[in-house]
Design a protein around this ligand. Structure first.
Ligand code: FEO
Length: 401
């Protein structure tokens, strides 16, 4: 049975929701599920924008059949070839032998890599700024390389001012019956997952996201239709402003993210004491135990906060494993423009402080606070002043900022 949503008089969502997926891309937990969005435009010619993951292929094909009725499918626009948006491509083309695939040359190569199908006689290769007239609508194709793969392109419907944005402006989280972001309390219920999606999926590619933003900000935008999450029609400017901050690695908020790795609770204790004293001084804090909180959530928090403190015990003569994973992931996602301090613990031969510093120091425009707070097994009363000194150092840098 079909499950579609009407977006405009002639545009329909035909995607699907997956609430059983444990790990998106095999690495990101999605406790609230994920949606794979696809859209059908019913103009003089009919157009399908992207396909979906195999997990929701059955309902997707039923959705297309319902929206098309007895019409044929003229075009399939392929904006992104990552399998969560292309795994059902072969099924669509088999059911609709008349359909022309509209994509760029990079996507042609990826289609041949992923599938054993020949689309040579049924493809329309488009380039930057190419247009396709479907009757009432004129579609313009704008490349968005590395947002999040090299072949990615977006499509701007010049008639209805709608941007089909591929992975950009997407979010983790299945759709709960709604389709528009303004139908839900997005800031309260979905923004954290939108940030986690951005930071982990495209966070590494800030300059490329900036290039994409510069293109789309030249056009009038009535709506944004991403490949995951809600469609944007209200407060588009507010969400674009988030993208401006995230893609320039500008903190959203002034405050301290404290991430700690603690085996027996002593490093955790130091982190909690630090958080309390920062709060006492009026500084916002967010504390994460990296053994418990998924790395993807801490990476997302890092895109939000201005100052970081990493606290880790020494383990196997190095950084505790979960903390090392976090720091390397932050480096891989190009986090920059932050102030960072460190707390190390080691009952003998402590190394974690220096090793953490070595991972963070090469990142762009990071201010590292010189003094590392050093614990030998546990924080002692005699070290209270060291915590106060760290608070003072952080406060001084917040004031300067
Ligand atoms: Fe949702 Fe890059 O795929």
């Amino acid at each position: 049975m079909y499950c579609t949503k009407k977006i405009t008089e002639d545009l329909f969502w035909v995607g699907g929701n997956d609430r059983r997926l444990a790990m998106f891309e095999g690495v990101y937990s999605v406790p609230d599920g994920v949606s794979y969005n696809s859209y059908v435009l019913l103009d003089k010619a009919t157009v399908l924008f992207d396909t979906v993951d195999k997990a929701v292929c059955k309902v997707f094909l039923e959705n297309i059949a319902h929206v098309l009725g007895d019409r044929k499918l003229d075009y399939l626009v392929v904006q992104h070839m990552e399998p969560d948006h292309s795994e059902s491509l072969a099924a669509v083309l088999a059911l609709h032998p008349e359909t022309i695939v509209v994509c760029n040359a990079k996507s042609i190569a990826l289609i041949q890599q992923f599938f054993d199908i020949d689309i040579a006689g049924r493809s329309l290769i488009v380039e930057e700024g190419s247009t396709l007239n479907t009757g009432k609508h004129e579609l313009m194709f704008l490349s968005a390389p590395m947002v999040h793969w090299p072949e990615v392109m977006t499509t701007y419907d010049k008639t209805d001012k709608i941007l089909f944005s591929a992975d950009a402006f997407g979010s983790f989280g299945a759709l709960n019956g709604a389709i528009f972001a303004d139908e839900v309390d997005f800031d309260r219920d979905y923004m954290d997952e939108a940030r986690r999606y951005y930071a982990n999926i495209t966070g590494k590619y800030g300059p490329q996201v900036q290039t994409m933003l510069k293109k789309v900000l030249f056009v009038e935008l009535a709506m944004i239709c991403p490949l995951h999450g809600f469609v944007w029609r209200g407060n588009i400017a507010g969400f674009i402003e988030k993208y401006q901050k995230w893609s320039t690695y500008t903190p959203e908020e002034t405050g301290v993210m404290i991430a700690y790795a603690s085996v027996y609770g002593n490093t955790a204790n130091a982190a909690e004491i630090l958080a309390c004293r920062l709060r006492d001084k009026g500084v916002k804090t967010a504390v994460y135990d990296v053994s418990v909180t998924p790395v993807s959530a801490v990476v997302a928090a890092a895109f939000r906060w201005s100052h970081f403190v990493f606290a880790s015990t020494t383990y196997n003569a190095g950084i505790f494993v979960c903390m090392e994973e976090l720091l390397r992931d932050l480096a891989a996602h190009n986090i920059q423009n932050r102030t960072v301090a460190f707390i190390e613990n080691g009952s003998w031969a402590a190394t974690s402080g220096e090793l953490m510093r070595k991972i963070i120091a090469p990142l762009k425009n990071m201010t590292l606070i010189d003094a590392t707070v050093r614990l030998k097994s546990a924080l002692k009363d005699s070290q209270s002043q060291e915590i106060d000194l760290l608070v003072s150092e952080i406060l001084a840098r917040i004031d300067r900022a």
